[in-house]
Design a protein around this ligand. Structure first.
Ligand code: MG
Length: 446
C-alpha cells in the first residue's frame, strides 16, 4: 500500500527527529511568514486545519509598515486568513536540525484562494499555461553579496569564479550548499561572481511552483547560514552603486507531450519559442515593476554591468534582456529572462513571465530579429527598459499583464510601489548613488 503524502512526510520527519514544523507562505516581498507548530499537533490537526494568520502579511512593506490600499486596511480590520499546508512540499532542514518546513496556500474564510497571496497568483498562471497543453519548467539563478555584520562587503577585490581566492569564505559556502541540498534543492554549483564578496549559487530546474518555493528557501537558508558563520548575506539588488548589482535570472521552457517544446529549434527559435520570447518582450515594460519593486532595484539597470537595459533578445549574449539557448535539437533549450533583481518576489516574477509568454503564444506574436553584439553600445531603436520606479509603476498600472495577474492583487501591488517610491524620493533621491538609508532599509530584508 502506498503512503499518503501526509504519512510519507510524517515518516520522514519522525525518522529525522523533527520536533517543529514551520507552516510557511511567502508574503508580497517574497519573505516567508507563518507559524511554528510542534510536530504532534502538526500531524494531528494542523495538517488538515491549517493555521490562521493576519492577511496584513500581504500588504506589509519590508519593514512591516502597512501602506494604505483599498482592500486590506484598518476598515477591513485585517482579517485572518488560513494557511493550508501542501504536505507534498515538505522539506527537512539539515542546517537547523529538528525543523521541517511545509509551504502553504492562503485561503479566505470561505475557502477561496486569497487574491493577494503570491502562491495563488503563480498557480493561476501555471494553470493558464497548462490549459494550452504546455507545462512550464523553470530555474532561477540568484546572486548575493556576503557582508560583514555591518553590511560591508567581505572582500575589496573581484576574482570572478576563482578557485584560489577567498578560501576563508569557503567554509560558509560549503555549509550553504550542504544546507540547500539538505532542504531538497538540487545544487549544481557555486562561484564567486563579478563583485567583491558577490556569490552565485545555481540550483536545478523544476516545475514553476517548486522553482519559486526553492528560490525563497534558497534566500532564507543562505541568510541563516551566513549568520551562523558570523556574516550576513544580502539579495539587495544594488547594494553598492559602483559594483555589480545582484540579479535573479529566470530560465523558462515548456514541456509538451513529455518533451521540451523548444527542443527542435535549430539556431533560431522554433515557432512556439518565438511566440514565447515575443510575449516576454511585449510585456517587458510591465514586468519591470515585478522585477524592480523598489527605488533601489531600478539602479541596477545600468549599461556595461551585465544587467539588461533594452528590450532585445539574443543567443548566448549577456547584454540582452532575453538570452536564448537555441541549440539544434537540444532538450536544454530555454529563455533566460535577465531583468529581475535578486530581491524580486520569485512567485510574482515567474507568474508575470508565464503570463507574458502565454499571451505571446495566444496572440502568436513575433519577436523580430535576433540582436547580435553589444546591446549597451548599439541598441539601435530598441525600447529602453523602465529605469525609474514611477516609470515602472506607469508601465504596470492599467497594463494587460496587471489585469491577467488579478485586479485586486495588482491594485494593492501598485499601492505598495507608490509607498516605496515616496520613501525613496525622500530619503534616497540621487539616482546615481546608493546611500546608507537604502542599505539600512533593504540590506537585511531583501
Ligand atoms: Mg551571474
Amino acid at each position: 500500500m502506498t503512503e499518503t503524502p501526509a504519512a510519507e512526510f510524517e515518516h520522514r520527519c519522525r525518522e529525522a527527529g523533527v520536533h517543529t514544523v514551520e507552516v510557511a507562505a511567502p508574503d508580497t516581498q517574497g519573505h516567508l511568514r507563518g507559524k511554528r507548530v510542534p510536530i504532534d499537533r502538526f500531524f494531528a490537526t494542523t495538517v488538515d486545519t491549517g493555521v490562521n494568520i493576519a492577511d496584513a502579511m500581504f500588504v506589509f512593506d519590508m519593514q512591516n509598515d502597512l501602506p494604505d490600499n483599498p482592500y486590506i486596511n484598518m476598515d477591513s480590520g485585517f482579517l485572518d486568513c488560513k494557511l493550508v499546508p501542501d504536505v507534498s512540499t515538505g522539506r527537512i532542514f539539515s542546517h537547523r536540525p529538528g525543523y521541517a518546513i511545509v509551504f502553504a496556500d492562503a485561503v479566505e474564510p470561505h475557502g477561496e484562494p486569497h487574491p493577494n497571496a503570491p502562491r495563488g497568483v503563480l498557480a493561476a498562471q501555471v494553470e493558464r499555461c497548462r490549459a494550452q497543453g504546455l507545462d512550464p519548467v523553470v530555474a532561477t539563478e540568484l546572486e548575493f553579496y556576503l557582508c560583514t555584520p555591518d553590511w560591508q562587503p567581505v572582500q575589496e577585490h573581484i576574482q570572478y569564479s576563482s578557485l584560489t581566492d577567498a578560501l576563508e569564505l569557503e567554509d560558509c559556502l560549503r555549509d550553504m550548499r550542504a544546507a540547500l541540498l539538505g532542504a531538497g534543492l538540487e545544487v549544481e554549483s557555486s562561484n564567486a561572481e563579478y563583485g567583491p564578496g558577490q556569490i552565485e549559487i545555481n540550483v536545478g530546474h523544476a516545475d514553476a511552483m517548486t522553482a519559486a518555493d526553492n528560490t525563497v528557501l534558497l534566500k532564507s537558508i543562505v541568510k541563516q547560514v551566513a549568520v551562523q558563520h558570523g556574516m550576513r548575506a544580502t539579495f539587495m539588488p544594488k547594494p553598492f552603486f559602483e559594483q555589480s548589482g545582484s540579479g535573479m535570472h529566470v530560465h523558462t521552457s515548456l514541456r509538451a507531450d513529455g518533451a521540451n517544446a523548444f527542443a527542435d529549434s535549430d539556431g533560431a527559435p522554433n515557432e512556439v519559442m518565438s511566440h514565447w520570447i515575443a510575449g516576454l518582450l511585449d510585456h517587458a515594460p510591465a514586468l519591470g515593476l515585478l522585477g524592480y519593486p523598489t527605488a533601489n532595484g531600478v539602479k541596477r539597470v545600468q549599461p556595461y554591468t551585465f544587467a539588461p537595459t533594452h528590450v532585445v533578445w539574443g543567443g548566448d549574449n549577456r547584454t540582452v534582456l532575453a538570452r536564448c539557448v537555441i541549440e539544434p535539437g537540444s532538450p536544454a533549450n530555454r529563455v533566460e529572462y535577465r531583468a529581475a533583481g535578486a530581491d524580486a518576489n520569485a512567485y510574482l516574477m515567474i507568474a508575470g513571465i508565464l503570463a507574458a509568454g502565454t499571451d505571446g503564444i495566444e496572440r502568436q506574436l513575433d519577436p523580430g530579429p535576433m540582436s547580435v553584439g553589444d546591446m549597451y553600445t548599439n541598441p539601435g531603436d530598441a525600447a529602453p527598459l523602465p529605469n525609474t520606479l514611477p516609470d515602472c509603476i506607469a508601465a504596470y498600472e492599467s497594463s494587460a499583464l496587471a489585469e491577467q495577474l488579478g485586479a485586486q492583487f495588482s491594485e494593492v501591488y501598485v499601492c505598495a510601489a507608490r509607498h516605496e517610491d515616496a520613501l525613496g524620493s525622500e530619503h534616497a533621491p540621487d539616482a546615481e548613488a546608493v546611500n546608507d538609508w537604502e542599505r539600512e532599509r533593504y540590506a537585511e530584508q531583501c
